[in-house]
Structures are given as C-alpha cells and as structure tokens.
Design a protein. Structure first.
Length: 117
C-alpha cells in the first residue's frame, strides 16, 4: 500500500458507494467533534477499539493515523500493552505485531476529508 493512501478495500467501498461513504465520513467527523477529547486522545481511543475488536486492518490504519499526528511509537505500544488484561495475551500479541507492521509502512498521509474516520 502506498504511504499516502487509504486501504484498497476502503477506496473500493468509496468508489462503489460514494453517497454512503460521504454520509459515513460526515458522521465520523461529527463524532470526533462532539466532545472535549483532543485529537491525540481520540486517535488512541480509536486504536484501542480496533485492538479490542481484533481487527488487523483497523489496527494498522489507526496506527498509521496516530503516527501522522505525532503520536510516538512508544505511546502506541503502550496503548497495545494496556489491552493485555482486558483482551488477553494472544490478541494483544497480534495487535503488537500489526502495529509494528504499520509502523514500517509509516504514517498515512490523508487528503482533506479523509482524516476523521
């Protein structure tokens, strides 16, 4: 995957269902703007949710988004470690592997309108 692009599956969804994607993006933006949490906290929470869901694609995406706003690899690893006692060792180890893979790819560089998901 190119460093500046969203995953293929999301791009294909966006091409096949542009009206739905537009509304989904609008909803995501509203959710991000509807409370007192700063962007760093929101990004780490989204990463934690992805880890809890055991979703490889989401963990990688949210890791790259976190890197893009300056969240450090050490902070990301800490977020993964916090899942150990909640989700268990195997899922935590999987997430740790996924974040390392995502870190090798580097931060995702999003275009305007692609930054709130």
């Amino acid at each position: 995957m190119k460093k500046d692009r969203l995953p293929f599956s999301y791009r294909r969804f966006k091409e096949e269902f542009p009206a739905i994607e537009k509304e989904y993006d609008r909803l995501a933006k509203k959710c991000h703007q509807s409370g007192p949490l700063n962007e760093k906290m929101r990004r780490l929470i989204k990463l934690g949710i992805a880890i809890g869901e055991n979703s490889e694609g989401a963990v990688k995406s949210h890791t790259r988004r976190a890197l893009a706003i300056g969240i450090t690899p050490k902070e990301i690893r800490h977020a993964v470690l916090l899942g150990l006692t909640t989700i268990g060792f195997p899922k935590m180890i999987s997430a740790l592997n996924w974040i390392h893979e995502a870190m090798e790819e580097g931060p995702i560089h999003l275009r305007k309108g692609e930054d709130e998901i």
